[in-house]
Design a protein. Sequence first.
Length: 353
Amino acid sequence: MRPLFATIDTAALKHNLGEVRRNAPRSKVWAVVKADAYGHGLLRAAAALAQADGFALVELDRAIRLREAGFNQPILLLEGFFDSAELPELVRLRLSAVVHCREQVEALEALAPGAGLDVLIKLNTGMNRLGMAEREFPAALERLRRNPGIASVTLMTHFASADEARGVGWQMEALERVGAAGMPRCLANSAAILRYPATHADWVRPGIMLYGSSPFPEKAGAADGLVPVMTLESRIIAVRDLKAGDTVGYGGTFRAERAMRIGVVACGYADGYPRHAPSGTPLAVDGKATGTVGRVSMDMLCVDLGPVPGAGVGSRVVLWGADVPVERVAESAGTVSYQLLCALAARVRVVER
């Protein structure tokens, strides 16, 4: 059996949910489990996060899976519904929906009185992705409040730079301009939960922090008390002795400056490892830090065994996890940890502990 596998630590998921509550003790928690729980497995993650007040995702079919699996918490569709034909299913399954455009507001007029749908009206405060413009927000809110098929309306927005120096103040000002004082609110993502207590409000929406990764590019999750949930590991399947001038991999982008040993690892971009990771991207062999050499191939990558002279075929390689923060791998590859975790390929075996 190919030696590549991902270990999912469900105790770490529970711990990280506890960190959310410690940081936002007065808020209810939507646990964000979109994209197959950021690559960790929807039902597996939901079971570990069963103490969350609700789940949030974008896929209706996955919301149905949660209900069929017996999860009774509120479930929020973060992009709302895509067709009015979906509304009976939302009502039947007691799903909540984000409402972000005029067309959705109009479609909701078809709800039967007493349908009891809970909605979150999304205000565009500067992200310029989804959400009502300030000028259209008051009329949309009034229509939702008058709709007899709607049980409750919560105000929602999404922060564009809570993880950066610009912060959230400029978007909070936009929230205040619409005059929705007294409404229940759902504002904070992972970065705002950790950095801006004033945004916590009635509900928070943690995503990446639940999986043990930091929303801040300059540090790893451990700095905020988070525990990595996923460890991706493999084994060395071959060893090569290089002489000075030898090249490695497609394109020969790595050239040995001296005699050296490299290991070939059973992991490549078809497994979700970033193809664009340059030589030197961190990993660990037998618990010792080292780095990749050459281009990542579809099924394999190569590693410098100089720092690990005792390593050989069968040696354990951690691609990311507790010994190798996924944030540092992402930084080296010019991306973010979100992408690496979500990109875990279906062919990678998953082991739960």
